[in-house]
Design a protein around this ligand. Structure first.
Ligand code: 8OZ
Length: 373
């Protein structure tokens, strides 16, 4: 029986334990370049079995929030190198989450102030985060998107490929493709955001074409054993809706099963909220999705996320429900979460007011437990 503290492998990546740091947007990298404060933050959390960095746009067009670090500027690669070196020196493993926000953006963040792009010209009706001229941060409504031309889609697939190459150049152990939470890939997958009438819209096969093209381009570039993907079958985040998620995600899982990926990262329920939230006319069955993946030959780690604690994570791994568990807020507040779980020690509380933007406060100043003499 596997245990939460046991090592495992996700494809070519060896994890010292099954406690994974979930990707967390923190808006502390001005000009899209990782800095020394970011180095400290990730280094403090290197005892995680795997760190998945915050979402990292592969192009400026893929940016939806101020001060998130990217992968498209040479300075950003240099900045990320310092992060990956620091985590590796501490014996940790780190992948970066490659990201395109699609319609969840604002014209002020887009190249030449243009409209954000999406499968269809349907607004997200969501909020994004920008920096005011006086330097303060603010949540503002997302801008109306324009529908991508068919001829533009290969270019975005190529942007993901280049992002994956840049990630390896920056010293990452691999990448997680951000296919969740209502961003571009999820927009293609789900019928509420995708009303295209070409080969990228309509049937499940057509709506899944974009994500599979991205997966194929990225795995060809860096090797499937270094590639994971994050999916959120039912989250309503960023205005995303799907009336029939089960067959859609069973199909996606089955297609991924033959592609040799390192891990599949599934957000259960509403991201950061109700684990039992669902869309469609019956509760989503995650084990059915996992079975479709395994039946198709998928051997990657099955990584689950959303509202787990020490006990439920132990139970998930020990029962074989999952291979590993990703924690978000608990890792924000507890840099030494692995040690605290081992000791069954009390946990620090996360301060929501410092999640997005700002400096060291609420970022690198959460205390670790005193070392036991
Ligand atoms: C919170 C704030 C901004 C972005 C996600 C990348 O939901 C995000 C995100 C989360 O995946």
């Amino acid at each position: 029986m596997a245990k939460l503290f046991d090592p495992t492998s996700f494809g070519d990546i060896q994890l010292a334990n099954r406690i994974v740091m979930a990707p967390l947007t923190r808006n502390r990298s001005p000009r899209a370049v990782p800095n020394d404060l970011n180095v400290t933050y990730y280094e403090q959390r290197a005892a995680a079995g795997l760190i998945i960095t915050e979402g990292t746009p592969v192009t400026q067009q893929g940016q939806g929030y101020a001060d998130v670090p990217g992968l498209y500027l040479p300075q950003a690669i240099d900045g990320w190198k310092k992060v990956t070196d620091a985590v590796h020196r501490k014996g940790g493993k780190i992948v970066t989450q490659i990201w395109h926000v699609g319609r969840v953006s604002h014209t002020s963040l887009q190249p030449n102030g243009g409209a954000p792009v999406a499968p269809s010209a349907i607004p997200a009706g969501s909020k994004t985060y920008v920096i005011n001229p006086d330097g303060s941060g603010a949540f503002v409504d997302t801008s109306d998107p324009r529908a991508l031309e068919l001829s533009e889609i290969p270019g975005i697939v190529e942007d993901f490929r280049k992002g994956a190459r840049a990630a390896i150049d920056a010293g990452f152990d691999g990448v997680e493709i951000h296919g969740a939470n209502g961003y571009l890939i999820d927009q293609f997958l789900k019928s509420g955001a995708n009303q295209r009438t070409d080969e990228y819209g309509g049937s499940i096969e057509n709506r899944a074409r974009f994500v599979l093209e991205v997966v194929d381009a990225v795995t060809k570039e860096i090797g499937a054993g270094r590639v994971g993907i994050r999916l959120s079958p039912v989250t309503p985040g960023n205005g995303i809706t799907e009336t029939n998620p089960q067959p859609l995600f069973n199909y996606v899982a089955e297609q991924l099963g033959s592609r040799g990926l390192a891990f599949i990262h599934v957000i259960e329920g509403a991201t950061g909220g109700d684990r039992n939230f669902s869309q469609g006319d019956k509760p989503f069955d995650y084990q059915e999705m996992k079975a479709a993946y395994r039946k198709a030959g998928g051997t990657g780690g099955w990584l689950v996320n959303n509202g787990y604690d020490r006990e439920s994570a132990k139970a998930a791994v020990e029962s074989g429900y999952a291979d590993a568990v990703a924690f978000g807020k608990l890792f924000i507040a507890n840099p030494d979460l692995v040690q605290r779980f081992k000791d069954n020690a009390p946990l620090n509380e996360a301060d929501k007011s410092t999640f997005y933007g700002g400096g060291a406060k609420g970022y690198t100043d959460y205390p670790a437990l005193e070392a036991v003499a």
